[in-house]
Design a protein. Sequence first.
Lengths: 176, 302
Amino acid sequence: MENTEIYTGPEPHIEVHKYYAGVVSIAVLLALVLQAFFPVHFRWANYLELPLLVTLYFALSKRNPSSGLMLGMVVGLLQDSLSRTPLGLYGIAKTLVGFLGSSIGARVDVEHPIARFLLTVGFVFFHHAVFTLTSRILLAQHDEKYFTVPVLIASIVNAFIAIGMFPFLDRFRKPS
Amino acid sequence: MIAIPSRHRSLTLLAGVIIAQVLLLAVQIKRAGQVRLIRVWAVEMVSPLQRLTSWAIYGVEHGWGGYVGLRRAQQDNEALHAEMDRLKVRNAELEGRAIEADRLAGLLNFRETHREVPMLAARVIGGSPDSGSLLVYISRGSRDGIRRDMGVITPDGVVGKIIAVFPDTAQVLLLGDKDSGVGALLADTRTQGPVKGIGEPQLSLEYISNDEKVSAGEAVLTSGQDRIFPKDLPVGTVVEATADRKSPFMKIRVKPAAHLDRLEEVLVLLTRNELEMKKAADPSSEASPAPANAAKAPAKTQ
């Protein structure tokens, strides 16, 4: 997954980033561990969605829809496994985030902090919408709402975190 | 393997991954009634096919069954008709047996209630070929102790008397024959007179004075004076009684008590010897005429 070739998609001029071995795996595991750890000790951490940020970051950077959706699926299923939700609920949402993030990353420049901020806000809403839609359809949980204030707060919080986290992860890219 | 264009490969993979996870969710989720969602989906997907298949199979079976049924219907119909005919015959046979049993029971009952009168049951085995005479043949003859001039009755009433005896059969002259007669009396007034056959279904009660009061429906019984039949056996019922201006006697028509036109079993009264013995014991009656004559003109024997 780390040895990505030059992207040959619809926007060939956009650079495809590669990462050192183990970076993606470690980042995913760390995000899952912290996601499980922080809410126990910090109430504000309930707004965190670190697995989503990791998925989004690598999808935007790698710009390969196939690897993006596979990464999203793995992260989502792991998150489902560690939570009480049925397996596949986060998996579907993050699969779509990975696919869509990779598709967007292949077409537009997502390196700018403002672009990353806005994309993160949008994907938090998208992730929540897919999660809610799946819950409504498959779990018959009709009390789930597509837009709530906590989701808005979470999107902003995660967007600010993304602004700081994404440049940090950029450091583990292989030099082009 | 199906070749998928590279630009669609990621979309295909996405669809596959999403579908796989949806199925994974469906396996875990239980709906109302604790039925897993995957099973609900499977049933909902399969049930229309099942219904369609069931409908098709039912249609084929029904159509085939109808075709085969039509083919078999004719055979069944013929078989049922044959069975119905056989059952009709059997039913008639059983009805006949039941009627016969009733008749025999009547005969037996009659014999039981008249133990003092020795009698012998016999079956009517034939009639006379001569339409001018009322004769029947019975299944008893001289070997059974049948003798000439013995009386023949049924539980309903008097039938006639034996006029010819053969080893195994005997000839019975029915009461309706012109040459037949029996000593009788009117049940109400006890007025005596012979009942004679006139060759018709009805009988004639003779020698009843125009002064007597006889009404239709009055019973006519044997008087016992003919020394053939015991006393008070039913002979018939008065149908019509009119005064005859040209004669001192009434013209009385009697309907026979016994069904003379459909006799099947009869009883032969073995009473003649007893009567003769009684007659022998009674010196005053030694000069009495033969029973046959007595039957024809019982009034003269008194």
